[in-house]
Design a protein around this ligand. Structure first.
Ligand SMILES: Cc1cc2nc3c(=O)[nH]c(=O)nc-3n(C[C@H](O)[C@H](O)[C@H](O)COP(=O)(O)O)c2cc1C
Length: 201
């Protein structure tokens, strides 16, 4: 995993949740719950050439179980399908803290709970996720992060989300982290993990 630096998260399991004291997470009815995610397809060093991204798979499982409407963050300029080219673009974006334009947006006013999903890119959500976050007012909303990764887990990305979603109650330590390879190749395990996590929430 030459290009995938490990983050400071020490848990290396295929799935992971961490419990830390914080405000109660309240999920209201599914009409007020939205699931927003970014997921990349193409060449993936761990699971080969994929047509459905790992995070997308987990997003669908959460949406199936909760009835939440989904919204996919799609950058105007899609990330390259070639792994090394994607790494190059992602690295430049991270270094410059870019906010790449996204194709569409969604009005969050009517939603009070937002599941927010993304892959772990060097301990960060991809920069296009920040483009989405910074375009919205998060005051009073509950945000529940979920991530796919290949060893780094949540990697503190929930805290970064909390810093950016100003005014939101972000479920720090209560998000879900699933290995991309589990999402892609062992869907039964992944679904069980998702459901167990949702029950706990
Ligand atoms: C640019 C880039 C950086 C990555 N960095 C990490 C990392 O630091 N730690 C990790 O565990 N996985 C890392 N990965 C692997 C992805 O997090 C993992 O394959 C994820 O499941 C991809 O989800 P997706 O198919 O929804 O995009 C990285 C992948 C890419 C493309």
């Amino acid at each position: 995993m030459a290009s995938c630096a490990k983050t400071n998260n020490t848990k290396q399991n295929s799935t992971e949740t961490t419990d830390q004291p914080q405000k109660e997470i309240k999920m209201t009815d599914s009409n007020k719950t939205l699931l927003v995610f970014f997921s990349h397809t193409g060449e993936n060093y761990a699971v080969g050439n994929i047509t459905e991204g790992n995070t997308h798979i987990i997003a669908d499982m959460i949406a199936d179980a909760t009835g939440a409407k989904t919204f996919e963050i799609i950058p105007e300029k899609t990330y390259p399908q070639d792994y090394n080219e994607c790494i190059d673009v992602a690295k430049k974006e991270l270094q410059s803290q870019a906010r790449p334009a996204i194709k569409e947006d969604i009005d969050l006013t009517e939603y009070d709970t937002i599941f927010l999903g993304y892959p772990n890119w060097w301990g960060q959500p991809p920069m296009c996720v920040f483009t989405f976050i910074e375009a919205h007012d998060w005051d009073g909303k509950t945000v529940i992060p979920f991530i796919t990764h290949e060893g780094s887990g949540m990697g503190g990305t929930d805290r970064k989300i909390a810093e950016t979603c100003k005014g939101a109650n972000v479920a720090i330590g209560k998000g879900l982290a699933v290995r991309g390879a589990t999402a892609q190749n062992d869907r039964e395990t992944a679904r069980k993990t998702v459901n167990k996590w949702l029950e706990k929430l």
